[in-house]
Design a protein around this ligand. Structure first.
Ligand code: ZN
Length: 153
């Protein structure tokens, strides 16, 4: 496994729509392993492949309930609403209030290509929505309705 460099928002790669994963091979497993290692190293909650320069629809999240590997994730249902402070590993100095669904259902594939469905709520839902946005080349900054400084929280 290896720690990967996290790109920051100035990088054009973060504005690019990622391509689906088609091969569930050792290269994908290496990518997922590296992403998890990088996520834990920086104490993040989620990391999307474009953040380390890979334009594929892959993300990992862990909000404290264990690692979830998302390959080709699609949000199939949402309900409710939550407004809370959000940040991003690619925007290290910026925090702001973002409104997201309270609950979502994701359809995704695991590292072997098997489809699965998962229901996420609260922080896990926020995180998943944030990561799926990355796969579509969208940063959370466009959704912020009020920026905050970390020391004002
Ligand atoms: Zn992010």
């Amino acid at each position: 496994m290896a720690i990967r460099k996290i790109l920051t928002k100035e990088d054009e790669i973060l504005n690019t729509v990622c391509k689906p994963v088609e091969k569930f091979d050792e290269k994908l497993w290496q990518l997922l392993d590296d992403m998890a290692e990088t996520l834990y190293k920086v104490h993040g909650l989620g990391l999307a492949a474009p953040q380390i320069g890979v334009l594929r629809r892959v993300a990992v999240i862990d909000v404290g309930d264990g690692l979830i590997e998302l390959v080709n994730p699609v949000i199939t249902n949402t309900s409710g609403e939550q407004r809370g402070i959000e940040g991003c590993l690619s925007c290290p100095e910026e925090w702001g209030y973002v409104t997201r669904p309270m609950n979502c259902t994701l359809k995704a594939q695991d590292r072997n290509g098997n489809f699965y469905e998962i229901d996420l709520t609260e922080l896990a839902c926020r995180c998943a929505c944030h990561e799926v946005d990355h796969l579509d080349g969208k940063l959370f900054l466009r959704l912020v309705d009020e920026f905050v400084k970390p020391d004002e929280e």
